[in-house]
Write a protein that binds this ligand. Sequence first.
Ligand code: C2E
Ligand code: CA
Ligand code: CA
Ligand code: CA
Length: 279
Amino acid sequence: AKEAGRSNYLFFVPEMNVRVFERLVLESALRRAIERDELTLHYQPQVSVADGRLVGCEALVRWQHPDMGQVLPGQFIPVAEDSGLIVPLGEWVLRQACRQQVTWAGAGLGWLVVAVNISALQFRRADFTQQVVAILRETGAAPQRIELEITESALMQPTDALHERLLELGRLGLKLALDDFGTGYSSLSYLKRLPISRLKIDRSFIMDLPGDHEDAAVASATLSLARDLGLDVVAEGVEHAEQLAWLHARGCDSVQGFLFSRPLPVAEFETWAARHAAA
Ligand code: C2E
Ligand code: CA
Ligand code: CA
Ligand code: CA
């Protein structure tokens, strides 16, 4: 009876039906994409607010499908998370980013920090640390130049085991950043106990600066909290000079956004880096 109810529901809601179908198509296409190496990483520069110099970059996955063309992460990351494909996908991303770090180190860009997005599902798997250790060993990447971006929501009410996992990753030398900060409604008191070195203010709080009073309050509170806790702050989604000036005045360490550059394919990123690197 339950089965029947389900198919009736799908039958009478054609829009939903299409969406379920699209998801299934997307899921099997994504499975193939991981196997066939259709994914690539683009890198978005992160620059120091004090002097505008390049300090790091965020690796962002891109999918070029032979027929569908460019599929955006906003479309396929949620599908990857629901289907569990995020685990092999995330492993691929981390390995690729680590290889890139090694290549760059050989090309005189060894100081560049490469930030990698880690999904909650990936981070919460019991074998996550082992996976990271294996990839570091296999690629020879410098852990001090790899930053794991873990979302605030993934670390809400962290268990002792997850807390210990963060400590372990920190002991390996990896940098740890709290991504999408401000979106998780988490209590701030847990922050001081987390072994992280950076907060990433979510783009939704940066977008309407400096005009929007609520967003300004959140961004401003985050910056002063970070200062008190001795954490670095990076603001994402900076598009305008006014936003940069506002963040500069409040002690934000670094920024990432279209004002400086979109995420770039490797070759273009290297050209960009050559123009903005430390002398
Ligand atoms: P995110 O981690 O918050 O990444 C920042 C997103 O903001 C990127 O979108 C970037 O292109 C975009 N962005 C950066 N600066 C600006 C700006 O100035 N203006 C605007 N409008 N957008 C800006 P993207 O690459 O489409 O990725 C979307 C999300 O997909 C990411 O959000 C992240 O949650 C997820 N994602 C991307 N790559 C990966 C990955 O390799 N692994 C995992 N787990 N998630 C990923
Ligand atoms: Ca991120
Ligand atoms: Ca974000
Ligand atoms: Ca994110």
